[in-house]
Design a protein around this ligand. Structure first.
Ligand code: X8Z
Ligand code: ZN
Length: 608
């Protein structure tokens, strides 16, 4: 997801007191506001109006910068810079900061939802404080330059331009290790050109948020969860440890199986990065084919449009609205034609353009199982936007309960859309086909479990060290590969010195900085939600569910999304699932796989 810079921080009781026209206007107007509350409300209303307007202009400009990158033409980049400067000048204005602080001094007299909005104003201000306008301007400039380079990069393989989809397809299917290596190398070529910009961004991002009292940019991002930096890192460590026993089995299994597949006699202690079916080793699921399930084949026959429309049908079947017409006319959903004279950002994202009805997605959908999962993921963001765009949620609180919830909903739907009873209902597989449950679970583990050391370990710790520990410029790549070895048990195919910057090949390192733990947390949360849905709503085995058409499941998800960031994320989880945040459900889901893997790995050498 992109561009969500708002969210609430503290406990909440939903209480609407905004002056917006609304279906619940009758309720709200009968609620008496005290004079202090009225005064604060007048400020919030005025602020929100300008905020929404400038946010929309910034989103429009960013959209153009992401979807149309013309080499040598910086029109879009300049417009984006200007729009972001205007947004920053307003959100970070000294006047707004002082007013918000002044109202917060008497927070006891205000309503909870007002306090949350004032906190959101200060949170947005901290990213753009006009007490240091030159730093903010320089950061915005550096950001547009960095993303222009990243999104406009011309990947080349054997002298020819290739897309990231092309590279991914090679890594998913190619058995010739030399060809794999060439594709992997090609995917890393974008890194070195991003180094100067990233170092500049580190300093500017840190300096910006330090002005309003945060230690560093990582601390700032973690504070959005109401957590300190050490608390966030401790949570990452905990999640990682809980899943490590299973990851160790998967790692051992993968080393031996892949060595066999590639005809390598000596099984390596650590996984060579180019052996894995993903550029960063974050998803290994294409390693396994489950007999009787040829999802890639079935999807290819359906075509790319079907994938997006089917994801929509799934949400609609649960009781959600159809997507607005404008979603289809304004989104950029498919790869550019090969002859296009411009490029687009190929990393999927979902956009709430105006914090109202204009929702869009940027994808490069091809009819395969990876994009099938991604379409469900992105529509999760879109339905989250649509659901909290309601009269009870003020503009400033139109965000997830936290950022991880925003990531979790669509990934949950992606998981559900892969399960056998669901696939059979869609006739993507024959319902009479006997499939091997252990292989199915293995495939899922190779997607969800292998992701955890990458997200909670490598990505989070690297960004932590980069922003909070001022990782020296001549140790960036060294640290990246140290962490990859420590957490993923993965090593580069050849020496990767500081002339490379492999971390920066990951889009989020550049444009969604210091937030990747969102995804680790989102997996943990999604298994908690799924466990609850399967057992308590559907009364089905969590490994073989079919959510299709179930309105009660839809209502459960709707109720989570409806209050947006006006909800307290911890309370929400407890209320909805009965549990605190915990990897219990995820560990339990994969438990049946442990015995199988231990059996397979008997006599094999464990190295992590
Ligand atoms: O970036 C994404 C989404 C966009 S919000 C496609 N994901 C992470 C990634 O690709 O690294 C989804 C899961 C992990
Ligand atoms: Zn996402």
């Amino acid at each position: 997801m992109k561009k969500i810079i708002l969210t609430g921080l503290t406990a909440a009781i939903l209480f609407s007191c905004s002056s917006q026209k609304s279906e619940t206007a009758e309720n709200t107007t009968t609620t008496e506001l005290t004079s202090e509350q009225q005064e604060a409300q007048a400020f919030l209303d005025e602020y929100s109006k300008t905020f929404q307007d400038l946010y929309t202009k910034s989103a429009e400009a960013e959209w153009a910068s992401n979807t149309k990158i013309v080499e040598g033409d910086s029109t879009n980049a300049v417009a984006t810079r200007k729009a972001n400067e205007a947004f920053a000048a307003f959100t970070g204005s000294v006047e707004n900061i002082e007013k918000a602080k002044k109202y917060l001094e008497q927070k006891d007299k205000l309503t909870d939802i007002q306090v949350k909005q004032l906190d959101a104003i200060l949170y947005a201000a901290a990213n753009n404080p006009q007490t240091v306008p030159d730093v903010v301007k320089a950061r915005i400039k550096a950001e547009t330059e960095q993303t222009e380079k990243l999104y406009g990069f011309d990947y080349r393989l054997n002298g020819k331009s290739v897309t990231t989809n092309d590279i991914d397809n090679i890594l998913k299917t190619e058995n010739d290790v030399k060809k794999r290596l060439a594709a992997w190398n090609a995917s890393k070529e974008v890194g070195p050109g991003l180094k100067t910009g990233l170092l500049k961004l580190r300093d500017l991002r840190n300096k910006t948020v330090q002005n309003l009292g945060y230690d560093d940019y990582f601390t700032y991002q973690a504070s959005d969860y109401g957590m300190t930096r050490p608390e966030m890192m401790a949570m990452m460590e905990k999640i990682n440890q809980e899943l490590m026993p299973l990851y160790r089995e998967l790692h051992t299994y993968a080393r031996y199986e892949l060595a066999k597949k590639y005809g390598v006699k000596q099984v390596p202690d650590y996984l060579p990065a180019h052996w894995l079916p993903n550029r960063w080793g974050q998803d290994w699921s294409p390693m396994v084919e489950v007999k009787g399930i040829d999802l890639d084949g079935a999807l290819k026959a359906k075509g790319d449009k079907w994938l997006v429309e089917q994801a929509e049908r799934f949400y609609v079947s649960l009781g959600f609205d159809e997507l607005p017409e404008s979603f289809y006319t304004k989104s950029s959903l498919y790869p550019l034609p090969p002859n296009a004279n411009y490029k687009k950002n190929n990393h999927a994202s979902a956009w709430h353009m105006d914090l109202d009805k204009d929702v869009r997605s940027l994808m490069s959908v091809e009819p395969n199982s990876e994009w099938y999962e991604t379409t469900h993921h992105e529509l999760g963001h879109i339905y989250y936007y649509m659901t909290y765009t309601n009269p009870d949620v003020p503009v400033l609180l139109r965000g997830g309960a936290n950022r991880a919830y925003h990531e979790a909903i669509g990934s949950l739907m992606g998981l559900a859309a892969m399960q056998k009873p669901f696939l059979a209902e869609l006739q993507l597989i024959d319902k009479n086909t006997q499939t091997d449950e252990v292989q199915t679970l293995l495939k899922e583990a190779l997607s969800y479990v292998t992701f955890i050391p990458f997200a909670s370990g490598v990505m989070s710790e690297w960004e932590h060290d980069f922003y909070a520990k001022n990782l020296p410029a001549d140790q960036l790549n060294k640290r990246w590969w140290e962490l990859a070895k420590k957490y993923q048990g993965m090593v580069p195919p050849t020496e990767r010195g500081e002339n490379y910057l492999d971390a920066a090949t990951k889009t989020h390192i550049n444009d969604d900085a210091a937030q990747y733990y969102d995804y680790a947390l989102s997996y943990v949360i999604l298994f908690q939600l799924h466990d609850h849905i399967a057992k308590n709503i559907l009364k089905q085995d969590p490994h073989a569910t079919n959510y299709y058409g179930n309105k009660e499941v839809g209502k459960f998800l709707h109720d989570i999304m409806y209050p947006g960031a006006s909800a307290d994320w911890r309370k929400m989880l407890k209320d909805k699932t009965g549990e605190e945040l915990s990897a219990r459900a995820m560990v339990a889901y994969f438990q049946p796989l442990m015995d199988y893997l231990k059996q397979q790995n008997k006599g094999r050498k464990y190295t992590i």
